[in-house]
Design a protein around this ligand. Structure first.
Ligand code: FE2
Length: 201
């Protein structure tokens, strides 16, 4: 039997991201929405040419439609849930260091400019989708908005950081206040995880 696509494990407890992301939201978003994408993907790849592929290859190969949508959403959510840690304390800064900090400065000028641009991309994305920080083929960093399940792998980019702006990501905690969700999410980014995603050139 082929290896099934697995749920990614969380690196923190379900209540550890509160008050930025509540346990209730994680129960639905991780426990129900992501689990459904994983289940649907496994059903779609069973007994097909995709069943022995790794997830990234399924995304690159899949035609537009349910297979790509479910594979993309499994990947996007795995990246999303992996990149968080408990919120920094009130008044403390949460900033990238090392090569990632240097790349952000080289591409955007300074961290605050980058944070503003990425927040705007997430806020202004119409409907459901994702804002991404990506590394391009020449090594520079760029911010992208991708609708629905689309993601950087499909565009030959290295995905570094993502903000899910599907309403299911924030509605229980922030209702229609997407801007507040985006503003708070910077307090739970684990920059070491994001830095480890960079491609070394
Ligand atoms: Fe989501």
């Amino acid at each position: 039997m082929a290896t099934q696509i697995q749920m990614p494990e969380l690196r923190y407890g379900l209540s550890d991201l509160a008050p930025v992301i509540s346990e209730e939201t994680l129960n639905y978003h991780y426990g129900k929405h992501l689990q459904t994408y994983v289940n649907q993907l496994n059903t779609l790849i069973e007994a097909t040419e995709y069943e022995d592929m790794v997830l990234a290859d399924i995304i690159r190969e899949a035609p537009a439609g349910p297979l790509f949508n479910n594979a993309g959403q499994v990947f996007n959510h795995a990246m999303y849930f992996e990149q968080f840690a408990a919120p920094v304390k009130e008044g403390e800064e949460n900033l990238p260091t090392g090569a990632l900090e240097e790349a952000i400065y080289a591409s955007f000028g300074d961290f605050e400019t980058f944070r503003q641009l990425m927040s705007d991309a997430a806020l202004k994305l119409f409907g459901s989708g994702w804002a991404w920080l990506v590394q391009t083929e020449n090594g520079s960093l760029k911010i992208e908005q991708y609708p629905n399940a689309d993601n950087p792998l499909k565009h030959d980019q290295v995905p570094l950081l993502c903000i899910d702006v599907w309403e299911h990501a924030y509605y229980l905690d922030y209702q229609n206040r997407r801007a507040e969700y985006i503003q708070k999410i910077w307090n739970i980014i684990d920059w070491e995880i994001v830095a480890a995603r960079m491609s070394v050139r």
